[in-house]
Design a protein around this ligand. Structure first.
Ligand SMILES: Cc1cc2nc3c(=O)[nH]c(=O)nc-3n(C[C@H](O)[C@H](O)[C@H](O)COP(=O)(O)OP(=O)(O)OC[C@H]3O[C@@H](n4cnc5c(N)ncnc54)[C@H](O)[C@@H]3O)c2cc1C
Length: 419
């Protein structure tokens, strides 16, 4: 669930900047310049927030409720930054104000830098929001945003004094933000991946129905994770130059790490067809806050297809005597698609507190809130809900639960996409 702490931090930063800017404007500014410069500053702070969120730092996972939520806010902050920058661009007076030396202004090219930054920002935004562009092509082009950040810093640091007072109170906020943003940018490009990477060796590649289970043994240190967390997997070797996120389907404490990967596109197909035992893999993580251990005692787990993986890890790690009452609804297209169903049933029988409810859409059975209302022993509002599966399924159930009066704080979801 999206935690509000991070959102409050971003909104608070923007408000503090706006209040300081309006309360202590440099004397020579007219109201139009004050207003449009403020919008430019807000755009820059939103961009900085967006960059900070791309560092994947653990503290921000706590503030926002997981990495998938951080990327959602990263995207929204980017969109608002571009929109605010556009209003700033069209609003700011184009003629040089009295008192600004045109020669000095020509030497310090604030205008062209800002214009270039804005063009790249809008192109970058178009690319970022275009879901038709394949992820593997999208990711490198998205990195152009780093360049935009440099251009925007150049833009406001070389703006004529009449537009932007670098050492006014609000100017100092922007300079501090720029310093933090640059550190975050360098860290996310050069440091982030190295910090969390652990080497593994492939022990087995098991073909399942439309999915592949990859079993890894640690070369050195084992990854320390909680059930439901995910990691980025990078296979070493020629032609494997992409990193993909997967939920860890094994239990913490096992001496192997297991990932269950649905065959979806080029990379997951290559995993199934070409990955061999003995190969080397880098695993980066763990990430995610899809944690059911601190929720209420009555829980509904809803897994759609490969969305089973976080629940698999949770069930594999659950100790006998767990005092929660759990109903795992496992929705799949047909019975043979429901991988690990036998293991789940055995595990449920062993544990005693878990009920498995398989639903197959080819038999006309779908996960539906009206059915849950009839079949569950207690009212819907007394449960906590954990959902992972296709977006239409998750959104539909979420909407129906909300209209049945289930509070948003009782519904927890894990998105299998960052865009
Ligand atoms: C937090 C999280 C946990 C996930 N856990 C699992 C899991 O346990 N099992 C499983 O089968 N799948 C899981 N996925 C989805 C998995 O990452 C994609 O299915 C896989 O990366 C597809 O790669 P592809 O090239 O084969 O397919 P493509 O057809 O290229 O991609 C299909 C979709 O996967 C996403 N995707 C592709 N490449 C990447 C990438 N490098 N990084 C992020 N997203 C990407 C994009 O949204 C894309 O539209 C998870 C995703 C996320 C974000």
């Amino acid at each position: 669930m999206l935690q509000k702490k991070g959102i409050f931090a971003i909104v608070g930063l923007v408000l503090v900047f706006a209040v300081v800017h309006l309360a202590l404007p440099p004397e020579q500014h007219g109201p139009r310049t004050t207003g449009t410069v403020m919008l430019g500053g807000i755009a820059f702070l939103l961009m900085t927030s967006s960059i900070i969120l791309s560092t994947r730092l653990e503290v921000f996972e706590d503030w926002f409720g997981g990495l998938d939520r951080m990327y959602q806010v990263h995207r929204v902050a980017g969109v608002f930054a571009a929109l605010t920058a556009l209003v700033h661009f069209f609003g700011v007076p184009k003629e040089l104000p009295e008192g600004v030396d045109p020669v000095a202004n020509a030497i310090f090219p604030s205008g062209p830098l800002g214009m270039l930054g804005l063009i790249f920002l809008v192109i970058g935004l178009f690319i970022a929001l275009n879901r038709k562009i394949r992820y593997s092509r999208w990711r490198p082009t998205h990195k152009v945003m780093g360049l935009v950040y440099f251009l925007i810093i150049g833009h406001f640091m070389t703006a004529p004094g009449i537009f932007f007072e670098r050492f006014s109170a609000s100017g100092i906020i922007l300079i501090i933000a720029a310093a933090v943003g640059l550190v975050a940018l360098f860290y996310s490009v050069f440091g982030m991946n190295k910090r969390t990477a652990l080497p593994f060796e492939i022990e087995a590649v098991n073909a399942l129905e439309r999915a592949t289970e990859v079993v890894l043994k640690p070369v050195g240190k084992m990854l320390d994770f909680k059930p439901g967390q995910f990691a980025f997997v990078e296979v070493e070797g020629k032609g494997w130059n992409e990193t993909h996120p997967f939920t860890i389907s094994s239990a913490p404490g096992e001496d192997k790490l297991r990932f269950t990967m649905k065959v979806l596109g080029d990379w997951t197909r290559k995993v199934r067809e070409e990955l061999q035992p003995g190969g080397k893999v880098q695993v980066r993580g763990p990430y995610g806050r899809f944690d059911a251990s601190h929720a209420g005692k009555k829980q509904i787990w809803l897994a759609g297809g490969i969305g089973l993986t976080p629940f698999l890890s949770k069930l594999r790690s659950m100790a006998k005597g767990d005092d929660r009452q759990i109903h795992l609804v496992y929705a799949a297209r047909e019975e043979q698609d429901a991988i690990f169903l036998e293991e789940l049933k055995d595990r449920a029988a062993e544990l005693g507190n878990v009920t498995i409810v398989p639903l197959f859409s080819d038999e006309g059975n779908f996960a539906r809130v009206d059915m849950m209302k009839v079949k569950l022993p207690d009212p819907l509002g007394t449960y906590d809900y954990f959902m992972c599966g296709p977006k239409p399924m998750v959104d539909g159930i979420m909407k129906d639960l909300r209209s049945e009066g289930v509070s948003r704080s009782q519904i927890h979801t894990e998105a299998f996409e960052f865009r």
